[in-house]
Design a protein around this ligand. Structure first.
Ligand code: RB5
Length: 145
């Protein structure tokens, strides 16, 4: 399992914490930054991570900005990327089980670090249910207008 990581200036600290969690679980990381406090535009980081996932260079993506909203909006412009911006465990679990979400976009200003770690764990530990959901996910991926 390989994860592509990205954050804007608001998400740098939380990205680092979540990266530690991934490493501790033996998950390989490709980190596209940002790494400091200088302003970094979230669409740029989302694009780098989304391209890596869409190209199969990473299995999953993790994006962090202030809310996770701009990251998810940006990442979902890329074919084959299914980004979710949850704030609770149920939605996170369902996004994997029913929607096969492959990018997790979290808000560093919306979640405490403990909550964010919990959501990442749920994202990691929940498999896609497939079956009746597979055709629906294929429909998501088939829509390009
Ligand atoms: C940056 O101030 C903020 O707009 C960004 O981190 C994010 O929340 C956008 O969705």
């Amino acid at each position: 399992m390989k994860f592509a990581l990205g954050a804007d200036h608001a998400g740098v600290e939380l990205k680092s914490r979540l990266g530690e969690l991934l490493r501790a679980r033996g998950i390989e990381i490709v980190d596209f930054g940002a790494d400091g406090s200088a302003p970094a535009d979230y669409p740029d980081k989302a694009a780098a991570v989304a391209r890596a996932v869409a190209a199969g260079e990473a299995d999953r993506g993790l994006l962090v900005c202030g809310t996770g909203v701009g990251m998810a909006m940006s990442a979902n412009r890329f074919a084959g990327v299914r980004a979710v911006n949850p704030s609770d465990s149920f939605t996170t679990r369902m996004s994997r089980a029913h929607n096969d979400a492959n990018v997790l976009a979290l808000g560093a200003r919306a979640l405490g670090p403990g909550q964010a770690c919990e959501l990442l764990e749920v994202f990691l530990d929940t498999p896609f249910d497939g079956a009746r959901h597979a055709g629906r996910v294929a429909k998501i991926d088939s829509v390009v207008e």
